[in-house]
Structure formats: structure tokens, C-alpha cells
Design a protein around this ligand. Structure first.
Ligand code: X8Z
Ligand code: ZN
Length: 604
């Protein structure tokens, strides 16, 4: 292993020297045949580099040390070098008439990195170092409250407090404590923006945000307008949920803490980022005392279900659809629980380490409802990866990144009371569907504005309309505008609150989750129609339905080989993203919310 790592690094540097951008006279104009042969080499070399990078990154993520950081950064650097160089070479076919599949591959190659690096080796190395360091800083983040005399809380623990405590001061203390992890990221992040933008410009984009939004098979501006269109469709439902939640929080915390007509304090919504409000279910359930409130956490704990068994439940769902059981190595190599003896990046992720069959998930699973859902989410990634593994390397991805995020969530939508009864986790289905629907809305509807605003912030940062001196202010402007939440304590540019959200230091684009939130309901509506479900959409479960499974697999097998509207069509018959399905799903709850809010002054 060691010899191979060094060898690849040496080769990468040598290639970089040979391929310095010097226009070489060609005897004839570049041809399609040459492009095809060239792509074959590039794809083979990419597979090899990815393999190395993924192994290095897995070790860093599951064992953060100075050494694994260095190895991870080196591997990233090599991939950035390779893609940057090859993307520059690819421009020679820019005005050549190419078969569609070759053109698509060349386009994908140029935008394949979330973080393209400048060609300058020193800057590239700096970018790789910075990004790895920011990610690890987040992973190691802790808060040691004075009241605990030296005992420190990690994020898993703090998230649990945010979800369960109803003590205003304790919540605020933990919220502020966690947000101290990110000020040290501000300087590196600024530099990361400069370098990432430079890398994006070198492969032909206006800035890094422009590169990210170029991946949706339409002009960047049109895509951004699409996200606004979808948001306008769902905004009234969000505002009604917000209005109802605010009123209930006023009852719990008092009108001096939760003010009429004002944004809700961000630390009171049961989640560190106020992005999903499931934690507040006990306060917000339409009928909290009745048997119709299913407490999955309590059920799992009372049965002694452990983390591994939770993953087994999720796997069994996929198998019930006719998909294969996960490979043996998945169970041997995955990380399900937080190790006690080392630092790890706990944020859940799914991996296909060799892009063939080395599937794994990495999570610090808690036995609770939220993680039961997250496990389905992660296995959705693994099953997607598994389905498209036969494709050529540049097509090894989902139709757009929202599809990847939507798949496992789609499956989790079928975790209905009827399903829980079928697999023996509950004895009796609740009389009313309103409680489960509220629970779902606290995850899905509450999430929508957050899913949208994170990259609205980053797009602004990358295009310069949000300068470093306004990083924090712009973040809170967007949180107020879209989510209707605010910080209860004054924030300033000495803070860097965006950095307290994983995807900022880890540089993971975020619009994908907003799209997934819309798409998963579109998928569900189509599948439920196809299998002839009768009754409200929210009561449909595709569990055990091989026909639905085959349809999903058909779409997953297409990977990234076709523009996303074609993949959407394969599953749903539709070619546009449409929030009509999520609205249909929650229509009964929306009616109910409107009644509850009668006479209330909603909005902020
Ligand atoms: O990051 C994730 C997944 C891994 S792709 C756990 N999610 C977003 C988040 O946690 O902020 C899933 C929902 C949104
Ligand atoms: Zn995901």
C-alpha cells in the first residue's frame, strides 16, 4: 500500500510537468475517435485515483490524526491535480462535433469536483490542506461547559440535549457552546473560497457556485430560478407550520422568550440548526396523550434493539423490494457506533470505497427515531451506488445530486404505522393519521427553507455578493428571511455560524437536500399510483412491493448517464420537478394547521 501511494504521487507530479499548458501544434483537428480513446484512459486512471482517495479518506474520517489528515489531503490533492489537468486538455474538443455520450463525459469531467484546485501546485496543496483541516476541526469539535467541571460534550451529546431539554437556559448554553467551534474556521474558509473560485475559473466557470449549479442539465440561472419556483409552491405550508409551532412554543417558554410576529429563537426548535423539528414532537403533536403517538425510540429501546439491528431493519426493507442483501464486507467494514478511543467524523455518510462492491456506512448511531430514518437514508446511497456500478466511471453517480439524497428518504416514507405493525414493532395502528403526519412534517416541511438557504448563502459567498466582512450577517439575514428563525443572543463577525454546520467545513453542496425533499414525494406519488394504492398518499407503503422495487432500480441503474429529466421520467413519467406531490401528501395536515391558526397573526 505504501509503495503504491508514493508511486501515484510521483506519477501525478511528473504528468503535471509534462502537461504544462503549452499549446502543441496538432497535425490535424482533434477527432471524436481520439476523444473516445482519451476518455478511456482518463476514466481508467480516475478509477485508480478515486480508489486510493476513498481509502485514505475513510481512514481519516474514522480515525482523525495528524497523519491521517496528511494522507487524506495528499490523496485529494492528487485527484484535484489530475482532474484539473485533464479538464484543461479536454477543451481541445470544445468545438468538435462529438457523439452525445462523449460530449456528456467531457462536460462532466470539468465539473466533477466539488472543489477544483488551481493548477499552481503550491495553491493546490494549500487548498487540500485547508479543506481537510476544516473538516477535521468540525469532527473533533467539543464544548466543555463550566458547570460540568472539565467534562466535555461532543456534538452527538449536544444534539440530544437540543432535542430533549426544555430548559431555555440550558438550550441556549449548549447552542452557544457548539457555535464556538467555528470561528477558527473563518480565515481558512475565506482562503478556501479564493482558491476554490480560482480553480473553478481555470476550468471555465465564473466561480465555484456557478460550477455547482452547472450540473443540473440547464443554465445555472435557470436552475436557481427553478429552486425559487419550488420554494414558492411550498412556502405557504411552511409558514402555517411555523405559525403553529411558534404559538406552541409561546405556551412552553412564555411570550417574552418567543415573541408575537417575530422569528423563533433558533435554539428552541429541537435541533442545533433548527433544520428539522422532530425533537419538538411532544410539544407539537396534534393529540399528544393518545395512543396515536408512536414513540419509536421507546419501542426500540424497550426491545433492546442495538445499532446493528437497526441497520438490519433498513436492509430488510430494500430486500423486500427485490434488491440484493448487502455484501458481507458491508457488515465487517462499516462504522455503526462512535469509537471511544479515537476522534472520528460522526456526520453520517455512505461510501462505495472501490466503486464496485466495497459498500459501507459511517455513523455514530443513536437508538432513536431520527437515526432509524437516517439509516434508511444512508442505505439509499449504498443501493444507488450498487445499482449503477456497471456504468463507466464518469457516470457513477445519480441523475442529479438530489436523486441520490432522495432515494433512501423515499424508502423511509414507507415506514408508516401499517409497516411498523407488519414487522411487529407496534401492535396496533393509531386511530388518526394526523399525528404521524405531523411527525413527518416536522422533518420534511421544517427542513425546506434551511435546505434552500444554505447554498443561497454559499452562492453569494462564491460570487462575491457576500464579502467576508458580511459572512455572518448574511447568514442570519437568510435564516430570518427563509426559516423565520433568529439567534437569541447577538451575533457578530467575530462569529462564523455557517461553519457550525457540517456541510460548510466539509464543502458538501446543500441544494441537493432541498431537491431531495421535493423529489422523494414525487417518486412516492408515482410509485403509489403505479401499485394502485388507495387512500391518502401518506398512508402508502411500498414495503414488499417488487414492482415498485424494479421501477426504482431501473432509474438507479441509469446513474448519471442521461440528463436527470430522463431519469425522473423513467420512474414517474414526469419530466419536471414539482412540489405538488409534497403538498398533496401533507394536505390533510395543512387543512388542520389552518384551522389551528385561525385568528393568529402568522409570519414574521
Ligand atoms: O447530511 C445529511 C446526510 C448525509 S448525506 C446524513 N443530511 C443533511 C443534513 O444532515 O444536514 C440528510 C438531511 C440533510
Ligand atoms: Zn445523504
Amino acid at each position: 500500500m505504501k509503495t503504491r501511494v508514493i508511486l501515484v504521487a510521483v506519477l501525478a507530479t511528473t504528468f503535471a510537468l509534462i502537461a504544462a499548458p503549452r499549446a502543441r501544434a496538432t497535425e490535424h483537428p482533434p477527432t471524436a475517435t481520439e476523444a473516445e480513446a482519451w476518455l478511456q484512459t482518463v476514466e481508467a486512471e480516475l478509477m485508480d485515483l478515486w480508489d486510493w482517495q476513498q481509502h485514505a479518506d475513510w481512514v481519516r474520517n474514522t480515525f482523525i490524526t495528524d497523519d491521517t489528515e496528511l494522507l487524506g489531503a495528499r490523496a485529494n490533492e492528487a485527484v484535484m491535480e489530475y482532474v484539473g489537468r485533464r479538464a484543461a486538455e479536454a477543451t481541445k474538443w470544445d468545438s468538435v462535433n462529438l457523439p452525445e455520450v462523449l460530449r456528456r463525459k467531457l462536460t462532466l469531467l470539468k465539473s466533477s469536483l466539488d472543489m477544483p484546485a488551481p493548477r499552481d501546485p503550491a495553491k493546490r496543496a494549500e487548498l487540500a490542506r485547508i479543506s481537510t483541516a476544516m473538516d477535521s476541526l468540525y469532527g473533533k469539535g467539543k464544548y466543555c461547559p463550566p458547570r460540568l467541571n472539565g467534562e466535555c460534550l461532543d456534538l452527538v451529546k449536544m444534539e440530544e440535549i437540543l432535542a430533549k431539554s426544555r430548559n431555555y437556559d440550558e438550550l441556549l448554553d449548549v447552542w452557544q457552546g457548539w457555535h464556538k467551534v467555528s470561528p477558527p474556521m473563518r480565515q481558512p474558509f475565506m482562503r478556501f473560497v479564493e482558491l476554490g473560485n480560482e480553480g473553478a475559473r481555470e476550468v471555465g466557470f465564473a466561480n465555484l457556485g456557478d460550477l455547482w449549479t452547472s450540473r443540473y442539465d440547464m443554465p445555472s440561472k435557470d436552475f436557481q430560478a427553478e429552486t425559487d419556483r419550488l420554494w414558492r409552491q411550498v412556502e405557504p405550508l411552511y409558514k402555517d407550520l411555523h405559525c403553529y409551532a411558534r404559538a406552541k412554543l409561546q405556551q412552553a417558554y412564555g411570550r417574552d422568550k418567543v415573541r408575537d410576529g417575530q422569528p423563533i429563537p433558533a435554539h428552541l426548535l429541537g435541533n442545533m440548526w433548527a433544520q428539522e423539528w422532530d425533537g419538538l414532537y411532544d410539544i407539537l403533536a396534534p393529540d399528544p396523550g393518545s395512543a396515536s403517538a408512536i414513540d419509536l425510540e421507546k419501542i426500540l429501546k424497550s426491545r433492546g434493539t442495538d445499532e446493528r439491528q437497526m441497520v438490519k431493519y433498513a436492509e430488510a426493507f430494500f430486500v423486500s423490494l427485490g434488491l440484493t442483501a448487502l455484501p458481507k464486507t458491508f457488515w465487517e467494514r462499516s462504522m455503526f457506533t462512535k469509537p471511544r478511543d479515537r476522534e472520528v467524523v460522526c456526520h453520517a455518510s455512505a461510501w462505495d470505497v472501490d466503486n464496485k462492491e466495497d459498500l459501507r456506512i459511517k455513523m455514530c448511531i443513536q437508538v432513536n427515531d431520527e437515526d432509524f430514518t437516517t439509516i434508511h437514508h444512508e442505505l439509499g446511497h449504498n443501493y444507488y451506488q450498487w445499482a449503477y456500478r456497471h456504468l463507466s466511471p464518469l457516470f457513477l453517480n445519480s441523475a442529479n445530486d438530489g436523486f441520490h439524497e432522495a432515494l433512501g428518504d423515499l424508502i423511509a416514507l414507507s415506514v408508516t404505522p401499517a409497516y411498523l405493525k407488519k414487522i411487529g414493532l407496534i401492535d396496533k395502528e393509531p386511530a388518526s393519521n394526523l399525528n404521524p403526519l405531523m411527525k413527518r412534517a416536522l422533518g420534511k416541511i421544517a427542513f425546506l427553507p434551511f435546505g434552500l438557504m444554505v447554498d443561497k448563502w454559499r452562492w453569494g459567498v462564491f460570487d462575491g455578493s457576500i464579502p467576508p466582512a458580511k459572512y455572518n450577517q448574511a447568514w442570519w439575514d437568510l435564516r430570518r428571511k427563509y426559516q423565520g428563525v433568529d439567534s437569541a443572543v447577538a451575533r457578530s463577525e467575530a462569529d462564523f455560524d455557517p461553519g457550525a454546520k457540517y456541510h460548510i467545513p466539509a464543502n458538501v453542496p446543500y441544494t441537493r437536500y432541498f431537491l431531495a425533499d421535493i423529489l422523494q414525494f414525487q417518486f412516492q406519488r408515482a410509485l403509489c399510483r403505479q401499485i394502485g394504492h388507495k387512500g391518502p398518499l401518506s398512508t402508502c407503503s411500498i414495503y414488499g412491493n417488487k414492482k415498485a422495487g424494479a421501477r426504482i432500480e431501473q432509474m438507479m441503474e441509469m446513474g448519471l448517464s442521461k440528463p436527470w429529466p430522463e431519469a425522473l421520467k423513467a420512474l414517474t413519467g414526469e419530466t419536471e420537478m414539482d412540489a405538488g406531490a409534497i403538498l398533496e401528501y401533507f394536505a390533510p395536515l395543512h387543512q388542520w394547521l389552518k384551522k389551528q391558526n385561525a385568528g393568529r397573526q402568522c409570519g414574521w
